[in-house]
Structure formats: C-alpha cells, structure tokens
Design a protein around this ligand. Structure first.
Ligand code: ADP
Ligand code: MG
Length: 398
C-alpha cells in the first residue's frame, strides 16, 4: 500500500467533517482545521524525560469543523463512527463528568475543556464534527491529530491567540486527564509543528523546535511498515515506564533523565527497571543528535546504524517492543536495500520506520511480507511517507 496522494489524504477528511457538520446542524461550519498524524524517525520514550525527538508530520490527519451554539451546550459528531454526543457546558467539565461518554468523546470533549481553559472564550457553546484519515490505534497518532484539529478549530472559532507549544500542551492535558493516557508531548508537538519535506527536531526541555533536513529522495527515503499488531495494554505499560524514569531521576537527585551523568556510579545500584530506563533514555537522546548529524552529513550508513541501535534499546533494554515487531525489524534490517529500521512511537505493536534505498520499498516487501507471514501469521504492509505541514486552519471548504 502506498500513502494516498497528499491532497486526497488531507482533503477527504475535511470534506467529510464539513459534510457531517452540515448534516447534523443544518448549516455550514464557521471554521475548519486540519491536523496531521505523525511518524517519529528516532527518539522514542524520551519526550517525557525532557529529551530529544525527531518526528515527521504525515499527509494523513484529522479535520474538525466547528461553529458556535447559542445555548451553553457542546455537540460533537464523530463522522468516522457515525456517532454523536451532547453535553451541557455551563461549568467546568471534570473527567468524571465523561464517565458515560463513548471513548472517542473523551478525546474531543477533553480537548474542548483544556482548550477553553487555555484560551478563555467569551462563550463556550459549540458544535463540532470530526473526520480522520489516520488509522485509529495503530501508532500514527490519530489521537493527537484529533486533539490538535479540535484545539486549532476552536482557536479559529474563538479568535484566540495561543502559541503552538501551549496549544500542544492543552491537547496533551486532554489526553492525560480526560482519556487517561499518560503520554508525553511528542505526538501533539509533531502535529502542530510538522513541516513539508522536513523532519522536526524538538528539544522537549527548552521547547526549541527546528526543521531538520531529510535525505534527497533520489538518495534515500523513509517508509513505514505496518506490523499488523495492535496491543491494548499500552496505557499501563506506558505508565510503568514513566514511573521507572521518574523513580530513577528521583534516586539520582536530578529533575529528569536529561540531567543524568552517565558516568554516575550510582546508576549501577538502581533497581533494574530504573537502570534500564536510564540506559535507554540517555543513549536514545545521544542517538537522536548523532542521527541528525549523520543525515546532515549524508552518512546514511551511520544514520541507519543509529536506527538499528535505537530499536535494540527499545526492545531489549526498555522492553516496549513485542515479538512480531522484533521479527519484522530483523527481516527488514537484513535487506541490502535498508540502511536501518526501528519501531516508531509508543511501541507494543504498530509500525516500523525504515530508511531505504529510493524506490526499493515494493521490492523489499516482496521478500519481507511472505517471510513475516510465515513466521508470525500476519500481513506486513508498506506506506510511503509524505512529510507534511503541521496543523492549520483551512481557508476554503465549500
Ligand atoms: P493512535 O493515537 O496511535 O492512533 P490511540 O489509542 O492513542 O492510538 O488513539 C486512538 C483513539 O483516539 C481511538 O480509539 C478514538 O477514541 C480516538 N480517535 C482517534 N481518531 C478518531 C476519530 N477520527 N474519530 C473518533 N475518535 C478518534
Ligand atoms: Mg495516540
């Protein structure tokens, strides 16, 4: 499978969100926003330790169409599920107020609430419809695409000024507090700050955000390979890893693992989960910077090696991979067409990102897919990456 032409992946959700809005509310929306999904090239499980990440925003994403409602009510339509919900908003919305809401509504209503707190609109009554081209729950961050599209559309509706980092933080707060996922800020920042033809280097301590050059397409390309594995226990495993990082930082008397001195002898006597957290996060931060340097120098071999090391650290040290993804990484990395491949995102299934020789993706899959099917009984598929701009208000949609 190849990624849709960028216009289809972007325009289709916009059209569907607008259509759903009109169907539900009998009028055109006032504002429409689009926010992309993301793939992280390197730097996973570092965002919540104030480390470095290097994502790309994709051409697939979520669209949100909004308008005001006269009464103090919020009405939300999820076009992809053909479902809708309604809630009174005459006071602050607390997470427990959403106990009877469907899962998807926690993301949308949670973002409405955190965005309201951040942007302080004069009146809160709103209607919205959302539609997405990001596959749900596969690791390309459909959740952040939804949150950022909602926050961006509300920003337009309320004519609010809020900077991109604060908008991303409001979206993260919604996911943390209303959807119950203790994620870092990577996905939301990637969706806000993506840039056409570039990756984005983010320092999650200083919030310095810079474009990073990608190899010329006639030299190498990044592709995504789906393992066809979706694991459901990610929230608790994710929370455990975060707790190990926070425990290690507390034991070493530092604010976050960003500050650890790797020659500190006390690391060796930490509980094993904390020691592994230190090893993964400090080495991964180092790899992000070396990977960026390697790409800038055109040293694809070195860049690929950092990806392979990153996968090994995530799998063997930090234990956030799974057997199927490890088999897929082994098969992909064995090919001469591949400089390096690694799991991307939170882990426990989802996608590999691979740096490959230009145009070799289909040939690669001809060998990898049958071998993967034979070993794990699943269907591996390829998706080309179209590095795209971050979230934006859409100018015209009628
Ligand atoms: P990922 O972000 O990797 O796709 P998550 O589990 O973090 O996976 O988020 C997926 C959840 O986000 C879905 O189960 C749903 O609740 C919500 N979501 C994402 N996109 C949509 C959408 N288009 N419509 C409704 N809910 C969505
Ligand atoms: Mg998500």
């Amino acid at each position: 499978m190849t990624e849709h032409a960028s216009d289809t992946a972007t325009i289709d959700p916009i059209k569907r969100a607008v259509h759903a809005y009109r169907e539900a509310f009998g009028e055109m929306p006032t504002r429409v926003a689009f926010a992309p999904g993301r793939a992280n090239l390197i730097g996973d499980h570092t965002d919540y330790c104030e480390g470095f990440v290097l994502p790309i925003a994709l051409s697939i994403g979520c669209a949100c169409a909004v308008g005001s409602a006269e009464a103090a009510s919020l009405e939300v339509v999820a076009a992809d599920f053909n479902e809708s919900t309604r809630l009174e908003v005459d006071g602050p919305i607390e997470p427990d107020d959403l106990n009877d809401q469907p899962g998807w509504a926690r993301y949308a209503i949670g973002t409405f609430e955190t965005a309201s707190r951040a942007m302080r609109p004069a009146s809160r009554g709103a209607r919205m419809a959302i539609a997405s081209s990001v596959p749900l729950g596969s690791g390309l961050s459909s959740s952040a695409a939804l949150e950022v599209s909602v926050a961006m559309a509300l920003k337009g509706l309320w004519d609010a000024s809020i900077d991109g980092v604060d908008l991303a933080r409001a979206c993260q707060a919604a996911e943390n507090n209303y959807a119950g996922m203790p994620c870092g800020l990577l996905d939301q920042l990637a969706s806000v700050f993506g840039a056409t033809d570039h990756a984005v280097r983010i320092d999650c301590r200083t919030m310095d955000i810079e474009r990073a050059e990608l190899p010329n397409r006639d030299v190498a390309e990044f592709v995504l390979i789906d393992s066809d594995v979706r694991h459901s226990h990610t929230t608790s495993a994710y929370a455990e890893r975060r707790a190990s990082c926070e425990g290690a930082a507390a034991s070493l008397g530092v604010r976050s693992l960003r500050d650890v001195d790797t020659s500190d002898e006390r690391i060796g006597s930490l509980p094993s989960d904390q020691r592994d957290a230190v090893l993964h996060v400090t080495s991964e931060n180092d790899r992000v910077l070396r990977f960026i340097d390697a790409l800038a120098a055109g040293d694809l071999k070195a860049a690929g090696e950092r990806m392979v090391e990153s996968h090994r650290s995530l799998s063997e040290t930090y234990r956030v991979s799974c057997d199927e993804i490890d088999v897929l990484a082994e098969l992909v990395n064995a090919s001469d067409d591949v400089f390096g491949a690694r799991m991307t995102g939170g882990g426990f299934g989802g996608w590999l990102v691979a740096l490959i020789r230009p145009g070799s993706g289909e040939r690669l899959m001809e060998r990898v897919a049958p071998a993967y099917a034979e070993r794990v009984g699943r269907n591996a598929t390829l998706r080309h990456i179209v590095p795209s701009d971050g979230a934006r208000l859409v100018e015209s949609w009628s």
